[in-house]
Design a binder for this molecule. Structure first.
Ligand SMILES: *Cc1c(COP(=O)(O)O)cnc(C)c1O
Length: 384
């Protein structure tokens, strides 16, 4: 395993050498809380599973490698119990009086944690449309310590220019953190564009099968990694070995899944864009999309998320999300199965009445990897 190996190869080999005692080809689920020592303080490197667990180590090595951080590089990954646990750990890097700049259509849970938890502890924040680089730069304050970027954003799929964001953050002496959940390392490499940390909800595409909740932070900064590893152990929001195993297994097929998610989403976005029953479509792969040019520059593909507004307002939108057969009406995204939801009434309910409000008739699709013709038929029927 070395830095010349491509992402597909790293996903299958990084951190995953055969288990030395038995030759097991797959990293075992190390279901143990503690590790036997030969004499006090003399151990294998593993002492207690909040601090380190071999299944988690394998996942961290694998995920760092696909974000471009190899085992011999500075930096690495800390896996967490959820995506929001990753943000919580980053919150511990801040102190009262610090300030965060975040997108005005951030993931609802991210907004809630920043506004209602960190905000209550004396950390300031400003939500801004980050596609407007002047407004973005104007939101920076001398006390801004952290710039949080999502691209594509959720659920409006806006594209933020990562290199420009890195310049703005660095100019203000702030860390740039990019939530790479929607794009995944197969479509976008924020660290290469200048980000200091990448955050994932591995609940989504990394796990890929809607069967686990997890998160991670990847950084190419050795000091930040050391601090994050300290916080991971000190605060304790670690994933269990079984959850780590599920994400480790999911990532092995991430490349092929992202290809298919993107192919299917492209067909569906085009179908919706041509449909007279549809008012508006958001997909960065559409040449008419305002984020298309930047997306084409910084992404390897446009991903599996599509949002649209059917004609006929919120009642019609509700009927559509209740009428699909293959697209399950559910929160979350990034699994092999297609999902449909109404963000204003579901994932984004907590942002009602704030800057982060989304249109109440917006429908969000997480396009799965079923046969695309079946998905098209399903949506066509649901649109009535
Ligand atoms: C789901 C999600 C999160 C939160 O992750 P959890 O695993 O649910 O805690 C953060 N950011 C984005 C973009 C998400 O989709």
């Amino acid at each position: 395993m070395n830095g010349e190996d491509r992402l597909e190869t790293r996903a299958i080999h990084a951190g995953q050498d055969p288990e030395p005692t038995t030759g097991a080809a797959v990293v075992p689920i190390y279901a143990t809380s503690t590790y036997v020592q030969s004499s006090p303080g003399v151990h294998t490197g593993y002492e207690y599973s909040r601090t380190d667990n071999p299944t988690r180590t394998a996942l961290q090595t694998q995920l760092a490698a696909i974000e471009g951080v190899m085992p011999d590089d500075e930096g690495g990954c800390v896996a967490t119990a959820s995506g929001l646990a990753a943000l919580s750990l980053i919150g511990y890097l801040l102190t009262p009086g610090d300030h965060i700049v975040l997108p005005n259509d951030a993931y609802g849970g991210t907004f809630r944690l920043i506004a209602k938890v960190l905000g209550e502890q004396g950390i300031g924040w400003t939500a801004v449309d980050m596609t407007d680089l002047d407004a973005f730069a104007a939101a920076m304050r001398p006390e801004t310590k952290l710039v949080w970027v999502e691209t594509p954003t959720n659920p409006l799929l806006r594209i933020v220019d990562l290199s420009a964001a890195a310049d703005i953050a660095a100019g203000g002496g702030a860390w740039l953190v990019v939530d790479n959940t929607f794009a995944t390392p197969f479509l976008q490499h924020p660290l290469v564009c200048g980000a200091d940390m990448v955050v994932h909800s591995s609940t989504k595409y990394l796990g890929g099968h809607s069967d686990t909740v997890g998160g991670a932070i990847v950084t190419n900064d050795g000091q930040l990694l050391e601090r994050l590893r300290f916080l991971q152990n000190a605060a304790g929001p670690v994933p269990g070995p079984f959850d780590c195993y599920l994400v480790l297994r999911g990532i092995k097929t991430l490349g092929v899944r992202m290809e298919r998610h993107t192919e299917n989403a492209t067909v569906i976005a085009n179908m919706l864009a041509d449909d007279p029953r549809v008012e508006q479509v958001w997909y960065p792969g559409l040449s008419t999309d305002p984020g298309h040019e930047i997306a084409a520059m910084q992404m390897r593909g446009f991903g599996g998320m599509v949002s649209f507004r059917p004609k006929g307002g919120v009642d019609r939108a509700r009927r559509v999300v209740e009428s699909t057969r293959l697209f399950f009406l559910a929160e979350s995204l990034g699994g092999v199965e297609s999902l449909i939801e109404l963000p204003a009434a579901m994932t984004h309910l907590s942002v009602e009445g704030t800057d982060l409000e989304v249109p109440d008739d917006l429908v969000r699709l997480s396009v799965g990897i079923e046969h695309v013709d079946d998905l098209v038929t399903d949506l066509d029927r649901a649109l009535g």
